[in-house]
Write a protein that binds this ligand. Sequence first.
Ligand SMILES: [Zn+2]
Length: 340
Amino acid sequence: MPDLSAMLERGPVVCAEGYLFECERRGYLQAGAFVPEVVLNHPEVVEELHREFVHAGSDVVEAFTYYGHRQKLRIVGQEDILEPLNRQALAVAAGVARQTGTLLAGNVCNTNVYEPGSSAVPQVRAAFEEQVAWAAEAGADMIIAETFSWLGEALLALAVIRDAGLPAVVTFAVHRDGTLRDESRPEEACRQAEQAGASVVGLNCIRGPRTMLPLLERVRAAVSCEVAALPVPYRTTEAEPTMQALRDPARGGAQAFPTSLDPFTCTREELGEFAAAALALGVRYLGVCCGAAPHHIRAVAEAVGKVPPASRYSPDMSKHSFLGTAPDIAPSYQDYAARL
Ligand SMILES: [Zn+2]
């Protein structure tokens, strides 16, 4: 069976995330509600996306159970599909992972009802327990506990995962002010997650490459375990450090999140440069979150020295009819290139 620690000993591990955004973009999931009904209604779409991400270099097939938890399904009046949705997501992911020799990851995430010390804490724990149990039954190699902005909620998820005896990747979502909601600094949260038994700790979602990188340096210095970095592929800035903060000047300064982020999308080169920079810091579990497409994943994989199947089709502009330099390109067309 594939093993996360063994894989990380051999080299960097790439993990594609961002299934919610991509299924929404493809027309199989509703923005706003953001419930992964596609898993039941169109499992072939989810399977194909898993395959595309693996083809592009993802070493991990993450079961699409993000927001497939009891609290979220209750909000949309679909609590009855909770268990079938989770089991189906795990079965679809397992099929691809076992065929491709990649890691099968279960997934738990922010519940959006957690508050420190609140009466919701027992139901949050119960929600993690049922999702982790289904993942364990499906033979998950690891569990990704992601997008937490409460340290306490992440530690709760981690405790449940460790009780199930599975390796855990714990990643925090860092909003505008650079701290978590309980005001702990990301590096302190990661240090505590490491101490509580996470195999990999780090950051995912919310921040783009440019505004995640400085935080990663601090996380790397604070822990001794492997560090994860999975930014969103959007051009966040010092002034607008998160995808929620981005305002589009071409649309009167309207908030771009979540369905109008297109003009802020990073190029594949930017994701590759981010991955190389993060690797240079010693961050060895790399990926892309909401907004990720296969060309981003391939760029990350190639930047850390991998040659995924999709690299067969990586760009070679020397063959281009106007911009190329290959011997068979007509010189008159090369000359015309300046007028394109
Ligand atoms: Zn995300």
